[in-house]
Design a protein around this ligand. Structure first.
Ligand SMILES: *Cc1c(COP(=O)(O)O)cnc(C)c1O
Length: 430
């Protein structure tokens, strides 16, 4: 495959951008080789600068759940830009999207729009701290909540990939206020809570993890956390930046029937534009400025173009439940195909999946937490990644990522992915 234009761009990029990219995982460090530079995309396909075509399994890390260049969203954005790009003043669509979010996500009564998932999680813990008057938070090893200082402790994908779970630049004071527990380990959480009585403001987690690869909550785990938070007056936060509007129209909380106190959103919520949001119980959200004393603001928050994209995306998802049945079916077909291929090849690698998310881990251990995810054979994953890319399948360039299916994938695409997977596995296990 010729990727010479991408290679030349990457060479040049490294002169002007740290590592040549504006977000670390894009640099392909975890899998080796040179990243492909994307020029355009439509439906289930992306095209690179050398005009190679790939079937999409990243979908901008989730937002393009309807495939690329969806007509309705394109039209909403092009209509919106006729009226200028930003006002820094309230607009009608902000009210409409807030009303829609509260109707779609079971636990959200009030919501504030921000510009990224990172902003959403940073703001959510600030509110939780203000509300409880406590400083400490609990997070889980391998969960990623954006690049806010408090979260760069045992943080998944990007940080994991580079072996720097604790980033320089995060002060000891901040780090000391972040307690970490192994995912799916209720006893560990109970111990942390007991050892820090009355000091924990919030417990935050990915209700289904995407950022150490796809990892599901064990039976009773979310319920147990809900109970502990209730007993201790801890604000229970679901980071649904990835799972929101993906695992169902109400996210993981609807799928698992557990109501957190606060929820953070991102990715799909902007339809591909930079948008995040945090929301939850009115009692807590009423602490946010200007109603309450907890400050949080944004010049471009609720940007009219971004809101046009997001509102159109969410309205579509709200009105088309068949999106989710199609994604479930696609996920099942793909995972069954992968399992059949592995049986044929005599492999027993672990594949974790739920709905339209999956990760094939190059380990025969069950993957339920960060240590088991790390038992994967990473060099082998790197070879597999490139074997898939050579066959025109565009995957997340790290073992510690989830893939994201879109409704643009038809059976023929899924069959191509299954075949490419079988051929790639055959190639790399030699
Ligand atoms: C992507 C992600 C974030 C960060 O969102 P950004 O928009 O990249 O800042 C936070 N939490 C989770 C679970 C994510 O997947």
């Amino acid at each position: 495959m010729n990727i010479s234009t991408s290679q030349a761009l990457f060479e040049k990029a490294q002169n002007f951008i740290p590592g040549g990219v504006n977000s670390p995982v894009r640099a392909f460090r975890a899998v080796g080789g040179s990243p492909v530079f994307i020029k355009s995309a439509k439906g289930p396909y992306v095209y690179d600068e050398d005009d190679n075509e790939y079937i999409e399994l990243i979908n901008s890390w989730g937002p393009m759940i309807l495939g690329h260049g969806h007509e309705l969203i394109q039209k909403a954005v092009s209509d919106a830009i006729q009226h200028s790009f930003s006002f820094g003043a309230p607009t009608r669509r902000e009210v409409e999207i807030a009303e829609l979010i509260t109707s779609m996500v079971p636990s959200i009564e009030k919501v504030r729009m921000v510009n990224s998932g990172t902003e959403a999680t940073m703001s959510a813990i600030r509110v939780a701290r203000g509300f409880t008057g406590r400083d400490k938070i609990i997070k889980f090893e391998g969960c990623y909540h954006g690049h806010g200082d408090s979260f760069l402790i045992a943080a998944g994908s990007g940080a994991v990939t580079f072996g720097t779970p604790d980033s320089p630049g995060v002060t000891k004071g901040v780090a000391n206020d972040t307690l970490t527990a192994p995912y799916n380990d209720l006893d560990a959480v109970q111990k942390l809570v007991d050892a820090n009585k009355g000091q924990i403001a919030a417990l935050i987690l990915e209700p289904v993890v995407g950022n150490m690869g796809c990892v599901l909550p064990a039976e009773g785990f979310l319920e147990g956390l809900r109970r502990i938070c209730d007993e201790e007056g801890i604000v229970f936060i679901f980071d649904e930046v990835m799972t929101g509007f993906r695992l169902s129209k109400g996210g993981a909380q609807e799928r698992f029937g557990i109501k957190p106190d606060l929820t953070t959103l991102g990715k799909i919520i902007g339809g591909g534009m930079p948008v995040g949001a945090y929301g939850g119980k009115a009692e807590i959200m009423n602490w946010v400025s200007p109603l309450g004393p907890v400050y949080q603001a944004g010049t471009l928050s609720g940007n009219p173009i971004a809101m046009a994209a997001g509102l159109t995306m969410l309205s579509y998802l709200n009105e088309h439940p068949e999106v989710y049945s199609q994604l479930e079916l696609s996920g099942h077909k793909l995972v069954n195909g992968f399992k059949n291929s592995m049986k044929k090849l005599g492999l027993d690698y672990t594949i974790n999946s739920i709905g339209s998310m999956y990760t094939l881990f190059f380990t025969d251990q069950q993957v339920t937490d960060f240590p088991s995810a790390k038992s994967s054979n990473l060099p082998l994953f790197g070879k597999y990644f490139h074997a898939m890319l050579d066959r025109g399948i565009y995957m997340g360039p790290s073992q510690f990522e989830s893939m994201f299916l879109s409704t643009a994938l038809e059976d023929s695409h899924i069959e191509r992915i299954i075949q490419a997977n079988e051929d790639s596995l055959k190639e790399v296990i030699g």
